[in-house]
Design a protein. Structure first.
Length: 233
């Protein structure tokens, strides 16, 4: 058994790949997913997909979710207060660290390191500095399936919202857009991949693309479970 840690889980491809990498090594044991949820809209913060789909991801990867409800709007002070509370819980329960799917943004890494230093939890970055063009193709080759749930129209055309993260999408990305969207060009929802194994079985989540909406200067694709026709929020 390795060191017991949480994984910061946005529901996107990078954290799903981090889980895959962590499960391939003996040093750490991921015991839970740490996810911030917009409590007003019941959606995962930033990525914008429904909390119901987060629960299905947790089932598919066979891990519990530590949900951190955030008010909307949420100040940075309130965010840090709520995150400090969950970090205190992690320490109390004997966990030693939190892993993140960050790729190359130094300022974000430095912020996480500084905040965790106050708690005694170890910051872990299993995907750090993997070249993003190589990483994107490795994810696709490994069978990861993801949709773009959020697009920043200032960096990428709104028509990309809802598209599959595949080789065709990579070929269509304009020059200057990171293949993994690490600069915030886009965010994703993962529905299948090498981390989606629970109870010894490969699992996946079937979704369809619903309404495309623009909110707070971002374009969102509302993903729906295929067996349930849910009204858009």
């Amino acid at each position: 058994m390795g060191k017991r840690i949480l994984l910061s889980w946005s529901g996107g491809k990078d954290c799903a790949w981090a889980l895959h990498l962590l499960r391939e090594q003996a040093e750490y044991e991921v015991v839970g997913l740490l996810t911030t949820v917009n409590e007003k809209f019941a959606r995962v913060a930033m990525h914008g997909f429904r909390e119901q789909l987060l629960d299905r991801q947790a089932e598919a990867v066979n891990l519990p979710v530590w949900k951190v409800p955030l008010p909307w709007p949420c100040s940075n002070e309130e965010y840090e207060t709520r995150m400090a509370a969950v970090c205190a819980r992690a320490v109390k329960e004997g966990l030693v660290g939190i892993a993140f799917g960050d790729l190359f943004l130094e300022d974000i890494r430095a912020y996480r390191v500084a905040k965790l230093a106050e708690t005694g939890l170890e910051p872990i970055f299993p995907c750090w500095q993997i070249p993003t063009d190589e990483l994107a193709r490795a994810m696709i080759a490994a069978g990861m399936r993801a949709h773009l749930t959020c697009v920043d129209p200032r960096q990428l055309d709104r028509s990309f919202a809802g598209r599959l993260f595949d080789e065709a999408l990579l070929a269509d990305l304009p020059a200057g857009v990171d293949p993994c969207g690490e600069r915030g060009e886009f965010h994703t929802f993962v529905s299948a991949g090498p981390a989606f194994v629970g109870g010894g079985k490969s699992r996946s989540i079937d979704v369809r693309v619903g309404e495309i909406v623009e909110r707070d200067n971002f374009v969102y694709a509302d993903l729906l479970p295929v067996e349930t026709a849910l009204s858009s929020v």
